[in-house]
Design a protein around this ligand. Structure first.
Ligand SMILES: [Zn+2]
Length: 254
């Protein structure tokens, strides 16, 4: 009798798990190390044109050694195994942006970081896609001619930010200096297996709508796209000669 109750409870439990998976959790491959996102895996042929500065430049700018736009269209690679959680044209100072979520073992704990790739000429992955370390995710761009071609690359300790600057401290509480994060983590134990990570962690209502290209499941359960697109409106406002330091923190942040 007790045994049958056990099996009943088990089958209900399994049915619950299968029928109603948690929409805010996804499975991805644990990182086996972090590489540089250009000139894989060691940034060969590229240099860091601008470094990370708290309350200033919140990532690193990577340029080809040829200078100018000689690196336009060159491949951008995922720094590690992970899941694409954002792949959209954000316009403004950002342009095409990809955010990839990674989990890795450190000191016996599973830790999570986001890597962010900005100003891309092309995005070649979709939200919800699994990627491997060194897999091409996009190409280097200029954000519609706003900058000489380069990659703006960030590593986020805080996985709630995405492309949102407002409401988050612009320092090491939320960000890593990317090279300082990567260098001691080039090869990590425990990679390759799969583990669960949180998704749908971005709170900015501007990015609840569908991505600009391709399908995505990550927005499931979110409110649908607002009737007016606040990103487009902000861009319009910026173009109409009323420039001010906007909520993205001004150009210094890029
Ligand atoms: Zn930058």
């Amino acid at each position: 009798m007790r045994k049958s109750w056990f099996w009943l409870a088990l089958s209900v439990g399994v049915a619950t798990l299968v029928g109603a998976p948690d929409p805010n959790v996804a499975r991805t491959r644990v990182a086996d190390g972090f590489d540089f996102p250009v000139g894989k895996p060691n940034a060969d042929g590229y240099y860091k044109a601008r470094g990370f500065r708290p309350n200033g430049h919140l990532g690193e700018d990577w340029n080809g050694i040829g200078g100018g736009n000689t690196d336009l269209g060159s491949p951008i690679y995922s720094t590690a195994n992970g899941l694409v959680v954002f792949a959209r044209d954000v316009r403004l100072g950002w342009g095409n942006v990809i955010v990839i979520r990674h989990i890795y073992f450190e000191g016996g704990d599973l830790k999570t970081v986001d890597s962010l790739y900005g100003h891309l000429d092309r995005i070649v992955v979709k939200e919800g896609q699994q990627v491997l370390r060194g897999q091409q995710v996009g190409t280097m761009g200029t954000n519609r001619g706003m900058y000489p071609a380069h990659l703006h690359f960030e590593i986020h300790k805080n996985i709630s930010m995405g492309v949102t600057r407002t409401g988050f401290r612009h320092d090491f509480t939320n960000y890593y200096a990317p090279s300082d994060f990567i260098n001691p983590r080039r090869r990590l134990a425990g990679g390759g297996r799969s583990a669960l990570i949180a998704i749908n962690t971005f709170n900015d209502p501007r990015f609840f709508g569908p991505p600009s290209g391709g399908s995505a499941n990550l927005g499931a359960g979110r409110p649908t796209r607002p009737e007016r697109d606040p990103v487009q409106e902000a861009a319009k406002k910026q173009r109409s000669n009323t420039f001010r330091v906007d909520r993205f923190g001004g150009l210094d942040s890029f």
